[in-house]
Design a protein around this ligand. Structure first.
Ligand SMILES: [Zn+2]
Length: 318
């Protein structure tokens, strides 16, 4: 009995120490389109631990992620249930890139709208991808704005502001301090990792990343002064790379004595393996965080976690 009591007591203590959960009877409902938005919102309402892991259960805040873990972000189609969830949300947060035209359709045709709609693209500096499509000679817009840590921090601040406004309306602002503290510690974490990535790149003579894959990293490479070559010009659902392109990347990898050929998350790695075998390089992954696998989602990996794994990959591969 005594043993049971201690167990109970300590598990209670543990819970109350590790969670800075929100104390409010008025629940907040937040609907997010894609994983980075879900992650930034989660980090504001709960803790991210020193291993860059977060929990997916929150008290009094409901965060829905529409594009489920493991799903392809560039070809999403919302279900009728998704549309109802968006309509009933206190805050609906979207990125605002080209892959989210389905959101505009819902907003323009819906008879009921969420209380607030937040478009994160409006809070960051956007740039046009410099890579040119060889055949059509058009510039492709990279919509993976959050791969720049500076943009990620701007997004976190934008989400924080709208959650604060809502908390003022619903709970007399009693959770604001918690939200601000959580956001600040996550931002600090991201800044530290970003500085480490910057140091790693600055201390390396090689600044070239060769991607045997899709390329969602315009903002990332620009932030750290990296150059890149990629099998595909952008990110959206390309399948077959041109043979001439692969041959070019193999030559470049050999000439530059590349240590690694990079892939992105949830890739079949086929092209990268081909280039790596021909040029005697390793295959390493950079995680764009546009989505995570179901397992990684359940483990609670965060945007910061993917930054840490990218840092580790760059230390080996640059
Ligand atoms: Zn993408």
């Amino acid at each position: 009995m005594k043993k049971f009591f201690y167990l109970f007591f300590f598990s209670f203590l543990f819970l109350s120490c590790t969670k800075t959960n929100v104390d409010s009877k008025d629940s907040i409902s937040i609907v997010t389109t894609s994983f980075p938005i879900y992650d930034f919102t989660r980090a504001i309402v709960s803790d991210v631990n020193n291993d860059y892991i977060a929990e997916n259960n929150f008290t009094n805040v409901d965060i829905k992620l529409l594009i489920k873990p493991g799903m392809e972000t560039h070809s999403f189609d919302p279900s009728p249930k998704d549309i109802i969830d968006i309509q009933n949300a206190d805050i609906f947060i979207r990125m605002g890139g080209e892959s989210e035209v389905w959101v505009d359709k819902i907003i323009s045709t819906s008879n009921k709208l969420p209380k607030k709609i937040l478009t994160l693209k409006d809070f960051v500096e956007t740039c046009t991808s410099l890579s040119e499509d060889e055949h059509h000679n058009h510039h492709e817009h990279d919509e993976h704005y959050w791969t720049s840590s500076k943009n990620a921090i701007k997004m976190i601040n934008a989400i924080l502001q709208s959650i604060i406004e809502l908390d003022n309306e619903k709970s007399n602002g009693k959770n604001i301090t918690t939200y601000q503290e959580n956001a600040n510690s996550y931002i600090k974490m991201i800044e530290n990792l970003s500085n480490e990535i910057k140091n790693t790149v600055d201390n390396s003579e090689n600044k070239l990343l060769i991607f045997g894959d899709r390329f969602p990293f315009t903002y990332f490479t620009e932030e750290y002064g990296l150059n890149y070559l990629a099998a595909f010009d952008g990110c959206s659902t390309a399948v077959e790379a041109k043979t001439s392109k692969i041959a070019e990347l193999i030559d470049e990898a050999k000439n530059s004595k590349a240590k690694a050929i990079f892939t992105i998350e949830m890739s079949n790695k086929k092209i990268a393996n081909t280039i790596a075998q021909a040029s005697n390089a390793k295959v390493l992954e950079l995680h764009s965080c546009q989505n995570v696998s179901k397992d990684d989602f359940e483990r609670g990996i965060t945007y910061a976690y993917t930054m840490k794994s990218n840092l580790d990959a760059l230390k080996i591969g640059l």
